[in-house]
Design a protein around this ligand. Structure first.
Ligand SMILES: Nc1ncnc2c1ncn2[C@@H]1O[C@H](COP(=O)(O)OP(=O)(O)OP(=O)(O)O)[C@@H](O)[C@H]1O
Ligand SMILES: [Ca+2]
Length: 878
């Protein structure tokens, strides 16, 4: 292992002295009045660490390669299976015949398709076999499923499917045994040096001083070495158990599935063949399957194919591969392959789950320990040679003053014993110099803080983030879901230019306007409303925003299924964070199409050319009316509401490009405003204190949100990110668009000052993180949505939210905050700092003891031929 420069030690030595005696406990975040030195010290370490971030990637290279190779093998395997099957079938009679009648050989009489064929079908990405069985509806018949209602939620039914087609789990690779860890611990260079020294010391000791008295030195070194090995091995083993546990937790993804006509939550492991699973942006495709219906569904297949390519899925390319991520749109799929019958399952079953990587700090300290060991070894070698020369040339004396070795007079045995006792001196020098406890101290500290972080609801995906987090200088947090609860309700509404009071009182609104609005709500949504068969209250499903709007729709008298059956959807452009609006085209009659838009209020309002008045008449949008409506939005925003506007326009059916529907860009100008709603999303309790704690500790919290400036500002005030003094300055609050259009250097300049960034696109978040990093910050990013993924990935430490976070966000993060609470982020910073504090202290102690003992022993050995400090005295643990 190359010895990296021991820079870590530099800030430690001089800075720690200044703060000695201060009674701040190790993991305390220094208070506001803490000496600036202390804060500065963290910064310094930060800079040192930051330079080593490259390690994070180089360390992972081997594993990435292994994964890549496996993937290649598995894919090749899949291709071969498919080729063989097609070859076999080519000679046989038409496929269609084998599926009808009673001739097929199926695993069970229940399903007219067997597992083998199903696996082939999944591997056939051109969907030729799918067409042969009659498309997705034909397939669902074969699988005894229903495309709308899914399979029944009956336990027996699910069990039977699991028996026939397998469960959506895969066997885990066998865990490394404790002996493997013992073996690995023994391979440490410093310990090897020590063991050799111990063996020599033991045999020499016993040879010179007799068995009874001679074993002390050698024996005690052995004892210490075994102790170190034992502690290292058990702690590594415990850590591997913990990682395994974390892995299981990480893989146990909660998904939604439609069973018996209802959307229910289930673990990904419980999915069965025949299940109907809704997919939305940010999800992981939970099993192999076929697309039933989808809108703008785009899948990132890089995790399976290895090429980073976004693939659009539609009826022409309906095959979905397990393990891929949904990057845009939504849809639903029919599960056709689970567990090890999928390529993903095979990959996971064959991939070792060992994520016990070495952290940059460990790498460096191992280097330092090895370096010191080598120095000790060479010094001891030099001392040995010097002493031997002195001895054999008759320059060294016995304690009584006589010359120890006189050539020709001293007997061979006595001479040999003299040389041997010199050798013991050298061995002692080595033992004293080797800091075998150093790497162990790091391992123990990291393991300890990881356990503590776990207890504080932070799931550490990457061990190195434990230490990096301690040096974070700024946290860029998204708003929705992290600072706020993500529990949304519509609390204000404006229809036809008047405020509804209360917000569901549509009594005075002209019915044609209300029905247009309801049409927009019911058709232009990624969510759904389910009316239970037993007649209970309707259930709403979807993202929090969609749920809020749908619930409000129900309050103003929307009958979801009714409204949806009155018109047919031609084209959907789902909501995403870049456009900040979503649209749908529905055919309402033989001649007309309605295009409904729903999205960020001020953006939708800007594309409106007219508005509905209370009596149902349409008026052109005058600048007065525009300003009035804009004021409505600002008023709602200032009381921290998220504003969403609904607008629509009509279009003649003849204008619709019927054959090229997929490419049709819906008209989004000249709209007529239908209404606006203000959605309340309360601040998380405790966020204010957490933010204060951070800024007191020198960690600046910034808010980066997709929301409107005023809403962002209001929430920032509410949770203490902004205070009255800040608000006066302009650069502190910036819109994503303004930031985006700056030059790179200008961005770098303002980045430091930005406290709130509003109306940001996913890319703006990324740009901010990059600019801050170039400025020398160590940036932590918290986020939950797919729109946060690029920033999470780029950040020094990415923290995603465990409950509301999407799979894509979690995958891009280093730490998952299990309880979604911003206050847990602060705890992570705290534990990260404790790693540093502990290691700093240990290094200081270690280096003082080892270097001092080495110098004393060398000087004494060369001058008197004996060592004053032996291994037992110095304390082997230093
Ligand atoms: N499902 C939706 N349909 C239509 N408009 C929406 C929907 N969800 C959000 N919006 C609008 O788009 C805006 C921005 O959403 P975006 O996804 O970019 O940010 P966010 O994730 O909600 O916020 P943050 O970045 O703070 O987490 C919201 O302020 C809202 O006005
Ligand atoms: Ca969010």
């Amino acid at each position: 292992m190359a010895s990296p420069p021991p820079e870590v030690a530099v800030p430690v030595d001089e800075e720690d002295r200044e703060t000695e005696g201060e009674d701040i406990c190790a993991f305390d975040i220094p208070g506001k009045n803490a000496p600036r030195d202390r804060l500065r010290r963290w910064r310094q370490i930060a800079l040192v660490l930051n330079a080593s971030r490259r390690f994070r990637y180089t360390l992972d290279l081997a594993r990435d390669e292994e994964r890549e190779n496996l993937r290649r093998i598995i894919r090749a395997h899949a291709q071969v299976i498919r080729a063989v099957f097609l070859f076999k079938n080519a000679g046989q009679k038409a496929l269609q015949e084998s599926y009808d009648g009673t001739k097929f050989e199926s695993l069970s009489q229940r399903f007219p398709i067997d597992l083998e064929k199903l696996v082939m079908l999944n591997r056939d990405h051109e969907a030729i076999m799918l067409q042969e069985v009659g498309g997705v509806s034909g397939l669902s018949d074969l699988l005894k499923s229903n495309l709308d209602r899914g399979v029944s939620s009956n336990e027996d039914e699910l069990l039977q499917r699991r028996d026939i087609f397998g469960a959506n789990t895969y066997p885990r690779k066998k865990r490394k045994s404790i002996w493997r860890f013992v073996f690995e611990a023994c391979q440490d260079l410093t310990l090897v040096i020590l063991m050799v020294a111990a063996a020599i010391s033991l045999s020499l000791g016993m040879a010179t001083e007799g068995v009874k008295d001679g074993w002390y030195d050698g024996g005690s070194i052995f004892f210490a070495v075994f102790l170190v090995i034992f502690v290292t091995a058990t702690s590594d083993y415990r850590q591997s158990l913990q990682f395994q546990h974390l892995n299981e937790e990480k893989q146990n993804i909660q998904v939604e599935v439609i069973r018996g006509g209802k959307r229910v939550g289930a673990s990904i492991f419980d999915l069965v063949v025949g299940d109907v699973v809704p997919l939305k942006i940010g999800d992981q495709v939970p099993a192999d399957g076929v697309l039933i219906s989808g809108h703008s569904l785009a899948i990132d297949e890089s995790s399976m194919t290895g090429e980073s390519k976004i693939v659009h899925k539609d009826q022409k390319a309906p095959m979905l591969m397990s393990g891929c991520k949904v990057v845009d749109g939504y849809g639903s799929m029919l599960v056709t392959g689970v567990g090890t019958n999928t390529e993903w399952g095979t990959l996971m079953a064959n991939l070792s789950e060992d994520i016990g990587e070495e952290t940059p700090l460990q790498v460096r300290l191992n280097g330092v320990a090895t370096l010191i060991g080598i120095v000790g070894l060479s010094v001891a070698g030099v001392v040995l040679v010097v002493l031997w020369i002195r001895y054999f040339t008759g320059h060294s004396n016995n304690p009584d003053g006589t010359t120890a070795f006189v050539a020709g007079t001293t007997g061979a045995k006595q001479g040999f014993m003299g040389a041997i006792s010199i050798f013991t001196v050298a061995v002692t020098i080595v033992v004293v110099a080797v800091p075998e406890g150093l790497p162990l101290a790091v391992t123990l500290t990291l393991a300890y803080s990881m356990r503590k972080m776990m207890r504080d609801k932070a799931l550490v995906r990457r061990l190195s983030s434990c230490e990096t987090m301690g040096s974070a200088t700024t946290i860029c947090s998204d708003k929705t879901g992290t600072l706020t609860l993500n529990k949304m309700t519509v609390v204000e509404a404006y229809l036809s230019g008047t405020k509804l009071n209360p917000c569901d009182n549509t009594g005075m609104i002209f019915s044609s306007v209300a029905s247009l609005l309801v049409e927009g709500i019911a058709q232009n949504t990624a969510g759904a409303v389910f009316s239970p068969e037993d007649g209970g209250a309707a259930e709403v499903a979807g993202s929090p925003t969609e749920k809020a709007i749908l619930s409000w729709g129900l309050e103003i008298g929307m009958n979801f299924t009714d409204v949806r059956s009155k018109s047919s959807v031609l084209r959907v452009l789902p909501f995403n964070s870049v456009k900040k609006r979503g649209g749908v085209a529905v055919q309402v009659s033989d001649a007309y199409v309605h295009i409904h838009w729903k999205g960020a209020a001020e953006l939708v309002l800007a594309s409106c050319k007219s508005w509905f008045s209370v009596d149902g008449s349409v008026h052109p949008m005058s600048s007065d009316k525009y300003n009035e409506l804009k004021r409505f939005i600002d008023d709602m925003s200032m009381s921290s509401l998220r504003c969403i506007a609904f607008a629509y326009c009509t279009c003649e059916l003849s204008m619709v490009p019927r054959e090229d529907l997929d490419k049709w860009q819906l008209p989004e100008e000249n709209l007529t405003l239908l209404g606006m709603v203000g959605i309340k999303d309360p601040c998380r309790p405790g966020v204010r204190d957490a933010v204060q704690l951070c800024s007191a500790a020198g960690v600046k919290v910034r808010m980066v949100t997709g929301d409107n400036v005023e809403t962002a500002k209001a929430i920032a005030f509410e949770c203490g990110i902004l205070n009255a003094k800040d608000a006066a300055s302009e650069t502190i609050i910036i819109e994503g668009k303004v930031f985006r259009e700056m030059s790179e250097t200008a961005r770098e300049e303002v980045a430091d000052k930005i406290t709130v960034m509003a109306r940001s696109s996913p890319n703006d978040k990324l740009l901010l993180v990059q600019a801050l990093k170039r400025k020398g910050h160590v940036v932590a990013v918290t986020g939950d949505g797919t729109n946060d993924a690029p920033a999470l990935h780029e950040a020094d430490i990415g923290l995603s939210m465990g409950i509301s976070g999407t799979e894509v966000a979690k995958e891009s993060s280093d730490i998952i905050i299990l309880d979604d609470d911003f206050t847990s982020v602060v705890k992570v910073v705290r534990w990260g700092r404790s790693v540093y504090a502990n290691i700093q202290k240990f290094i200081q102690f270690q280096l003082t003891v080892n270097v001092a003992a080495l110098v004393i022993n060398v000087v004494a050995a060369v001058s008197s031929g004996a060592v004053p400090l032996n291994a037992v005295e110095v304390g082997l643990f230093s």
